[in-house]
Design a protein around this ligand. Structure first.
Ligand code: PEP
Ligand code: MN
Length: 336
């Protein structure tokens, strides 16, 4: 941390700042310019930088070291590859996750999964517990939905990912699900993150609606700090002033996060745009930008879908897109 003092501040103020940071467990390295002093505070302790900013004579406090450790490439320089029953995501292996927004019936899941599996998809998505904006909207089938997903996935030799909303649902999820999803609305549910740190199954952590990249990485740090090293980050669009689309897909987050972190970054172009015809271009752009995977909403009958039909692809549309994505990945020397 660098503490930049006001020009020509008194020696007394400088000494008080030094005494303050030493008392907090930091070493002080003082650099005296012609009329300005900068103090380097070096240490491992956590400190609220505002406590220093409030001291007399301080102009600004600049944090140099990052607050995340385990998610960072400093801790682990090589890419993390998540391997779930032989399906790899990260480090050149691109994952494809697809399925409906929500599990509705066995028939719906079966019809959708049959086509997805034929197209080469290995991971099936579907919400059984849905975080809906309105309490009157369909809230999901609950455990029955998870059972349907597991049964259908096993039939087609696929993996299952689904969103867990509460700590007390975790044991139930461990019975049915291969990858536990944390939704955008729960990205900073720290109790949930801590509990997911204790399990030994991968977690797909969606970026919060208005979360900065740093906040998103800190949430991943919560899971990793508990000992669970298998975190997949998911960019799903953020809220901006733009209203034509559901959200604004932050494609630049992919290379930004990949530089800081070793964790795989997948993209959800469905929730990012909310519009079916935008899913293909955003999927292509994401893979071109280096994404380690995609999670795409596909429904066997989008017109009759209980939720998010407008952003769900028809299975045939998805199959065409997947072929194009494979060709693009091939060009980029990566593989699905
Ligand atoms: C979902 O993937 O089903 C979902 C609700 O997405 P998000 O949490 O990104 O809104
Ligand atoms: Mn959805």
């Amino acid at each position: 941390m660098l503490i930049v003092m006001q020009p020509r501040t008194s020696e007394d103020n400088i000494q008080k700042v030094i005494a303050f940071i030493k008392e907090k467990g930091f070493d002080a390295h003082v650099s005296n310019g012609e009329n300005q002093t900068v103090i380097g505070a070096v240490g491992k302790k956590l400190i609220d930088k505002r406590d220093i900013e409030l001291l007399a004579g301080v102009k600004e406090v600049i944090r140099i070291s990052s607050p995340y450790k385990l998610v960072s490439r400093v801790f682990k320089p090589e890419n993390t590859i998540i391997d779930v029953k032989g399906i790899k995501i990260g480090g050149g292996h691109i994952g494809m996750i697809a399925g409906p927004c929500t599990v509705e019936t066995y028939e719906q899941m079966d019809a959708t999964a049959a086509k997805l599996s034929k197209a080469g998809v290995k991971v099936l998505r579907g919400g059984a517990f849905k975080p809906r904006t309105s309490p009157y909207a369909f809230q999901g089938l609950g455990e029955e939905g998870l059972k349907i997903m597991r049964e259908v996935a096993d039939k087609y030799d696929m993996l299952v990912t689904s969103e867990v909303m509460e700590v007390n649902q975790i044991p139930m999820f461990l019975k049915y699900v291969d990858i536990l999803q944390v939704g955008a609305r729960n990205m900073q549910n720290f109790n949930l993150l801590k509990s997911l740190g204790e399990i030994r199954k991968p977690v797909l952590l969606k970026r919060g609606l208005s979360a900065t990249i740093e906040e998103w990485l800190m949430s991943a740090e919560y899971i990793m700090a508990g000992g669970n090293r298998e975190v997949i980050l998911c960019e799903r669009g953020i809220r901006t002033f733009e209203h034509i689309k559901r959200n604004t897909l932050d494609i630049s987050a992919i290379p930004v996060v990949q530089k800081i972190s070793h964790l795989p970054v997948v993209v959800d172009p469905s929730h990012a745009t909310g519009l079916r015809d935008k899913v293909a271009p955003m999927s292509m752009a994401s893979i071109a930008a280096g994404a380690d995977g995609l999670i795409i909403e596909v429904h066997n009958s989008p017109e009759t879908a209980i939720c998010d039909g407008a952003q769900s692809l028809y299975p045939e549309q998805f199959a065409d897109l997947f072929n194009e994505l494979k060709a693009l990945a091939n060009l980029l020397k990566r593989t699905f």
